[in-house]
Write a protein that binds this ligand. Structure first.
Ligand SMILES: O=C(O)c1cccc(C(=O)CC[C@H]2O[C@@H](n3cnc4c(=O)[nH]cnc43)[C@H](O)[C@@H]2O)c1
Length: 212
């Protein structure tokens, strides 16, 4: 499992400590650092699943503060080009990819075990700070529940190593006008610990070969 910062890593590790074959790393903030750290970890050991996790901004009213989301789609929302006619994703410029899809059955199992809402989780390099930007993102991605800064990077690293990926987020703040003092980080970290406690049986029974 790859979080951004040590506080998130510790919240997850508290719940999964001692599970065989499970490692939790603080892979760094932002998609590039998270991708590099995850790729390095995957090069050193034969993992069957990678989970990008941590806190996130939630799109109101779909993902309120304190709620959990599980990505059915991990999408790089700002990877592209701004043009006079609007934003173009890199795929429309003829390059790469902007989205990864976690295994459907596993997304359902996580949602059932934890109560997490399934939906798109956006990866951004700049935290949204205005209502206009939040509305623009939801318009472009109508199923988006949350935004964070690492999922797509972790998913790219996992894909490069042929390993399935999940993204599970606890909502610490609404996506929108910046109000850092209002972020409920403690509550979100507690929700993460609770969720991963409930996930232990799902992770123990996960066999990537059943889902090819
Ligand atoms: O200050 C702390 O104690 C603390 C503890 C845990 C995490 C943090 C972070 O600042 C984590 C940064 C991380 O959080 C994600 N995030 C959270 N809200 C948003 C958002 O509205 N938009 C985008 N990303 C968000 C993101 O993945 C960051 O890497 C601090």
């Amino acid at each position: 499992m790859a979080t951004a910062v040590p506080a998130e890593r510790d919240a997850v590790a508290e719940a999964v400590h001692g599970l065989p074959g499970v490692e939790v790393i603080a892979a760094g903030v932002g998609p590039a650092r998270a991708a590099a750290t995850t790729a390095t970890a995957l090069a050193g050991a034969p993992y069957g699943l990678v989970i990008s996790t941590g806190i996130a901004g939630g799109f109101a009213p779909h993902a309120p503060v304190g709620s959990l989301v599980v990505a059915d789609e991990i999408t790089a929302a700002d990877l592209g080009a701004e043009t006079p006619d609007g934003f173009l994703p890199v795929t429309e410029l003829g390059f790469g990819t902007v989205s990864h899809r976690p295994p459907e059955a596993l997304v359902r199992e996580v949602a059932t075990a934890t109560g997490a809402r399934p939906g798109a989780v956006l990866t951004v390099s700049t935290v949204t700070g205005t209502a206009v930007r939040a509305a623009w993102l939801r318009e472009r991605h109508p199923t988006a529940l949350a935004e964070a800064m690492e999922g797509f990077g972790v998913a790219e690293a996992a894909a490069a190593h042929g390993v399935p990926v999940l993204e599970i987020r606890a909502v610490s703040n609404p996506v929108g006008p910046r109000d850092r003092a209002a972020w409920r980080i403690g509550d979100a970290l507690a929700a993460l610990t609770d969720a991963f406690g409930k996930l232990a049986p799902v992770l123990e029974s996960w066999n990537p070969h059943d889902h090819q």
